[in-house]
Design a protein around this ligand. Structure first.
Ligand code: ADP
Ligand code: MG
Length: 250
């Protein structure tokens, strides 16, 4: 397959912090234009994988290319602008209104071009699905679900080629989580690539085109959801994950 088919390629990427080996040789390839979910339990190494992928943490070993660029290279600053990243601990500016939150980021994305920034804000408003009334109130008073929608809008309003979302639904109640999943699926139909982590295998089944199971610092397998179910003879991805990682913990 043509190399350019992949927006992310990680080969044997290792990372230790102090004496703790966190990534034990991550192999991951993400195809252009798909929703690729990295699924695994808490502590598996999902967040660290993303941080290393985006050059926020330096890998100890291995090869990384994102949109054809090594995060260590000088070209990375330019490539980074094509990527929308929502860290797992991201928060809104509580004292600013929803609109002001979007505008603040839009001004960063456009380097202070007010006219272009407002265009992004308009797109952000649509993505958020929040009412104009809600958006004119301080974000500090929003529910968790509303805050998450605002964060997603902030991350995606400049239509990044690659969106990287770390546990975008964690901590949300069932209804808000469903809303956020639907939003992600509908945005994905427009052709950007999404890399999303989750510890919720059933969520992975719903939003993923491709899934990588990660466990104890290693990617155990990568395939389409249908292939995962078939090759592990599983009814759902939770069952497939348990089979792929050698059964239940004793
Ligand atoms: P996940 O996102 O899958 O829950 P993480 O990548 O956050 O997993 O963490 C993987 C493992 O690495 C966990 O055991 C975590 O405690 C450990 N870890 C992550 N960051 C650090 C750090 N800065 N210092 C020490 N240990 C860390
Ligand atoms: Mg995490």
């Amino acid at each position: 397959m043509d190399k350019k088919t992949y927006v992310v390629e990680m080969e044997n990427v290792k990372k230790s912090i102090g004496k703790k080996v966190i990534l034990k040789g991550i192999n991951l390839r993400v195809k252009r234009g798909v929703v690729h979910v990295i699924a695994g339990p808490n502590g598996a190494g999902k967040t660290t994988t993303l941080r290393v992928m985006l050059g926020l943490l330096r890998a100890d070993e291995g090869k990384i290319e994102v949109l054809g660029t090594d995060p260590k290279s000088p070209q990375w600053t330019k490539t980074r602008e094509l990527i929308g990243y929502l860290p797992e601990d991201a928060g809104v500016y509580e004292r600013l209104t929803g609109i002001e939150n979007l505008y603040y980021y839009a001004m960063l994305y456009t380097r202070g071009n007010k006219r272009r920034a407002w265009k992004l804000v308009e797109r952000g408003i649509k993505i958020s699905g929040l009412s104009k009334e809600a958006l004119s109130k301080r974000a500090g008073g929003y529910s968790k679900g509303m805050k998450r929608r605002l964060l997603l809008a902030r991350t995606l309003m400049h239509e990044p080629l690659l969106a990287v979302l770390d546990e975008p639904t964690s901590g949300l109640d069932v209804r808000s989580a469903i809303e956020v999943r639907k939003l992600i699926r509908s945005l994905a139909e427009r052709g950007s690539t999404f890399i999303i982590t989750t510890h919720n295998l059933l969520e992975a089944q719903y939003i993923a085109d491709y899934v990588s199971f990660i466990d104890k610092g290693k990617v155990v397998c990568t395939c389409s959801v249908a292939e995962a179910l078939e090759s592990f003879g599983a009814d759902n991805l939770e069952e497939a994950f348990v089979k792929a990682t050698g059964g239940m913990e004793k």
